[in-house]
Design a protein. Structure first.
Length: 566
RNA sequence: UGGGGUGUAGCCAAGUGGUAAGGCAACGGGUUUUGGUCCCGUGAUUCGGGGGUUCAAAUCCUCCCACCCCAGCCA
């Protein structure tokens, strides 16, 4: 790991682990990341991945990647592949510890048989609706199923026949016999096996009964020797049940479940349901749209695994549900890319500048530093000629206060090139500025003047004759509200708050020729603009760049304030 | 109205009886051939609220308030 990782702050789960080691209750830490293969991973999952794999790495233990594939109805192999890819991309290695709950189906079946034999489980033949009624409500206890007193032999026979495929879906389920009066609904004789005549993506048609999450998860953990089973808070109510199975079955290990709070991020959504809608209804261009908070989207956007890991360290691990500001994620990215991204010059909205006293027929090569933060990244050559493009926004005919870029009569520096002074503004028939006429100071080659005079502004530029054509895709927050789901609670559909300017495609951009032939996905900084990532196939013009995040823009802030202040 | 959780600055978050870390954001200032980076500085008489215990409380007790989760044969 070469990138600068923040030192991991103290949090309650790490404390528990340290205490377990100190108290000699723990020899080796074993954690697991247990996704269900029914969707794509997003930044919220990254928190769990970094926690589980990070802790294992920190304590010299191991972390398993286990797919909780207990529901064939909405699981698929394509998700397995994408999840593996995303976890690996984030920088974690599960080694040989890739597991599937479906690998344990036979063992799980045997555990269920065990429970029946001990009179701790029974086949219930109530319909789903009846089961719901018998369960009671939040404030009223449930009532025992009439099938609760079935004999062990009958239960054994029925359960075997369930497996045999003799019954239809919904006709019978296997339930743990716990306590219908429990104030914890999860303990009211929970279903542990149900009939599903569905083809499973890994076991095919081998099974027609499938274990439920509550039954499979804890026993899978135990089977793998997981020591600390970290999950999100909504499972806190399930812990008594988790412990119940562990206590009542002859399992090889006794994992400890610990819950932590989920994270939310401003200006986006993280629920599977909502993310799905964005894709289904075409509000975004697929799961890997660079505006999506999915790992595949962030990857396409130009995010680095290191930035995401740092971000996860920054937000910490606690028990209170948080709404983390997007600026934290953006900071983590800038911080990472500042040290690693090579610099280039690219003009988004070109304004031609003719340098009157620069000879028509010559051109020269100037030298640019690839990364001022890292000398080892070397230098590159920048062709310069009489006609160049600068950013239209870097010139004002009537400059506002504190504006120190180009204006009539003003002198500025062209980065790594020369000082130029604007001597004339040429307009077209509509009164629009068509081009600028400037003069340059031959003595200022490289960007500094021997007489020591200072210029306030430094502009990026490209040589008109040498530059490459490019398209910039500028991304902004996906929603106009920090918490679009809060608005939803007021009865407004969250899609109403999609930011219509979340994507701005800017054609006609000009970038420096050193960019010719760069690798797809290359992350770079366009100086004074932001961090970008080359999209798609490289080489062919126009080159397409996705903006990952803009550089901080103090001037934009000042200008906004000046305008508001009058 | 049952059970489980949470409440420390705009946001995230340490702190577990000895007098409120850190990060993001914001705001000042310095350096600067990126209005970037970097550096320096500015914030809680107070920890959801009220009582109480104590020489001493964000930390212990107590009452109250607010928010989140749970009634899938989803995970």
């Amino acid at each position: 790991m070469t990138e600068k990782e923040h030192s991991a702050p103290q949090h309650f789960i790490r404390n528990i682990i340290q205490e377990d080691f100190a108290g000699n209750r723990l020899q080796e830490l074993v954690t697991r990341f247990p996704p269900e293969p029914n969707g794509y991973l997003h930044i919220g999952h990254a928190k769990s991945i970094c926690l589980n794999f990070g802790l294992a790495r920190e304590f010299g233990g191991r972390c398993h990647l286990r797919f909780d594939d207990t529901n064939p109805l909405n699981e698929d192999e394509v998700y397995v592949d994408s999840i593996c890819r995303d976890v690996a991309w984030l920088g974690f290695d599960w080694g040989r510890h890739l597991y599937f709950a479906s690998d344990y189906y036979e063992q799980l079946y045997q555990y269920a048989v065990e429970l029946i034999k001990e009179d701790m489980a029974f086949v219930c033949s109530l319909s789903p609706e009846e089961i719901r009624h018998y369960r009671g409500t939040l404030t009223q206890p449930g009532t025992d199923s009439p099938y609760r007193t079935r004999g062990v032999e009958e239960n054994l026979d029925l359960f075997r026949r369930m497996r045999q495929g003799e019954f239809s879906e919904g006709s019978h389920v296997l339930r743990a016999k716990i306590d219908m009066a429990s104030s914890n609904l999860n303990m009211r004789d929970p279903v542990i096996f149900r009939i599903l005549h569905a083809r499973h993506h890994r076991t095919g048609d081998q099974w027609c009964i499938y274990p439920t999450y509550d039954f499979a998860h804890c026993l899978s953990d135990a089977q793998e020797g997981v020591t600390h089973s970290l999950c999100s808070q909504e499972f806190e109510d399930h812990r008594p049940l988790y412990d119940w199975f562990i206590e009542h079955l002859p399992v090889p290990a006794r994992p400890k479940q610990i819950e932590f709070a989920r994270m939310n991020l401003t200006y986006t959504v993280l629920s599977k349901r909502r993310l799905n809608r964005l894709v289904e209804e075409g509000h975004v261009d697929g799961w890997d749209d660079p505006r999506m908070p999915t790992l595949s989207g962030l990857r396409k956007r130009g995010y680095t695994p290191g930035a995401i890991r740092t971000f996860c360290d920054m937000i910490g691990v606690g028990k209170s549900e948080s709404l983390v500001q997007m600026s934290m994620l953006e900071h983590a990215l800038r911080d990472d890319l500042n040290y690693r991204a090579p610099r280039f010059m690219g003009v988004q909205d070109p304004l031609k500048v003719v340098i009157l006293n620069y000879p028509q027929d010559i051109e020269e090569e100037l030298e640019g530093i690839n990364n001022p933060e890292d000398e080892s990244m070397g230098t590159r050559s920048l062709p310069f000629s009489r006609e160049i493009y600068i950013e239209r926004d870097d010139f004002r005919e009537d400059p506002p206060k504190k504006y120190f870029r180009l204006a009539p009569g003003r002198e500025v520096r062209l980065r790594y090139a020369y000082f130029i002074t604007c001597v004339d503004v040429v307009k077209d028939e509509n009164g629009e500025i068509a081009e600028l006429h400037c003069t340059y100071d031959p003595e200022s080659r490289g960007g500094s003047s021997p007489d020591g005079r200072k210029v306030k502004g430094t502009l990026h530029w490209v040589s008109a004759r040498h530059c490459l054509e490019a398209e910039f895709r500028l991304y902004d927050r996906l929603f106009t509200k920090a918490d679009p789901t809060a608005e939803e609670k007021k009865g407004v559909d969250f899609v109403q708050y999609i930011n219509p300017e979340s994507l701005r495609v800017v054609a006609g951009c000009k970038v420096e020729p050193a960019l010719r032939g760069i690798e797809p996905r290359t992350r770079l900084q366009f100086e004074r603009k932001g961090y970008f990532c080359l999209e798609g196939d490289s080489g062919k013009e126009p080159l397409v760049f996705n903006m990952a995040v803009a550089l901080k823009d103090t001037w934009a802030k000042i200008e906004k304030r000046e305008q508001q202040g009058g």
